[in-house]
Design a protein around this ligand. Sequence first.
Ligand code: M6R
Length: 364
Amino acid sequence: GKSGYDHYMLKEINEQPHALRQCLSGRVDELDGRVELEELDDLIEDPPEAVQFVACGTSYHAALYGARRFRDRGIPAQAFVASEYATEVPPTGDRLVIGVTQSGETADTLSALREARNRGVETLAVTNVVGSTAARECDHALYIRAGPEIGVAATKTFSSQLVALNLLVEGVANGPRSGVRPRSDGVRGRLAALRELPGQVQQVLDESNAAEVARTYLDSSGYFFIGRGYNYPVALEGALKFKEITYEHAEGFPAGELKHGTLALVTADTPVIAVVTGDDEIARKTVGNVKEVEARDAPVIAVTDGRSDVERYADEVLEIPKAHSVTMPLLANAQLQLVAYHVANELGRSIDKPRNLAKSVTVE
Ligand code: M6R
């Protein structure tokens, strides 16, 4: 049942701290600075030189994040929309193709994985469903352990995918388990950040003002979500969730791209939801993009960890706690899930079963 919640989606948003703890449980040796992914022992013993991700929808956004994590650890990685994968010229050389699929049954993703296997490439399924087609057909499977998700909108499975991908990258990038080498590359800090994450997500859920913010911007003509770096997949995911359940027009962009055309649509009637976190050059540039839209009278809703410069330009602030750069996106995403939920709820939408959509899409 919905355990007292009005919708499964809200229940599942609130289950995220628990889901993330499940995903991490028994898999992290923080003291030693390593992850234990028994099911992937073979892969970690003989890590790939490069990885390619294939996925759809929300899982594709997780894949964009995952590919960036691999690149940050020095492993070449790209993310493909699964239905486009077969149209791409295959690269040569040792690589692993990773299908990110909550259900493990998405036809486009299964067919991309089959294409990879036909080309003789090793495959890994990152999935929530034990025994799913993706898990059975791939050489390896990594389970995200999010528990059942009933709402069509993917919420806790997205967060769990991001955490599982962090575990995967630490496993693969830190090489064979036998080789004891000093971990001076920040791995312990990232593992500690993962441990702190469920509590921080809980804090966001407990303290969020997303319901009030949602009520203020119900009658807008469009919604633009922007973010840069790790917050770029968050912007895409924020917009997808928003349109999926509110039926309002929304688009997500890399923050710097909005000015290359779409700025023509930005008016006082198009709120811009800007995800701006951290205190580096990346965040500073996004603040510049926020100024551009503010100058066009767009209401600015900032998701931020307390950056005063962006708060100055923002009409509304959705605050998140300060966190590590790899876990921050999950905190920002929790705020965007709540915004989408509350706007959809105010508009009386069919939140758990949006029109035209199915939980798993089994046709190409
Ligand atoms: O089961 P999968 O993760 O393969 O599903 C892929 C997409 O269909 C899915 O993420 C979809 O975009 C979500 N329902 C959006 O909330």
